[in-house]
Design a protein around this ligand. Sequence first.
Ligand code: SF4
Length: 243
Amino acid sequence: MTPDLLGLIEDALRAKPERDDKALAHMSAVVCDRQSWAERKGLPFEPFDFRTLIKFELGHQFEAAIADTLQAELERDYFISRDYAIAWDPIRDVTHAIDEQNPAKTHEIVGHVDFYARSRHGTEHDFLLEIKSTSFLRGRIPEEAQPHYVEQAALYAAALIVPHFGILVGCRESGKLAEPFWFETSEKLEWARARAQEIIESTDPRTYMPPAEPRTSWGCRTCRFSGCERNPSYVAPSMEAAS
Ligand code: SF4
């Protein structure tokens, strides 16, 4: 008898530990405030299907390979931090690295920066990069960055006061990479402070459920919070009771 290899893969992927900071506000909460509120509140979500788990794994491997390569090439001129965990208080404009001695607090917003490069030749050369893997539609390289990628990276850059930030997007199927999309943090600073505070407040699990207003066109199609009436798999409580 041969082992059930697909079963083993699925079990291993499902057993990966989840982040333990789900109750906090996150800079990556770009899809929908209601979805983020439900996550912070600990409401039940549908599990990821096996295909999605595999795609995530491919994406992580793809992004890690790109970051490894860049780090090796840039280290002579930059100090590189990867998956750098930070917490930002946008009202006082204070940011700190998260570690055991300095955990994030409920009035802060948390971020995990993919690639943070601090120059050895002056802070004006510092930058951060969000590395994203996706599938290019019909293999076509995108001409602009998706707005939700830009929003997420702008929050990181504003929290760290990094002068420039970039989005590097690759297709995990074709292996194609787009030219990085670069932005000046100063142009997004005011917006980022306001949006950070909005996320902290509107996704606070002690407040009422935010309106069903996804910030991306595909938000509801991929949403696993089945307690929302806009979710395609939503079942109204009365219908559930009657069935
Ligand atoms: S179904 Fe749509 S509106 Fe409802 S929580 Fe999910 S993403 Fe938001």
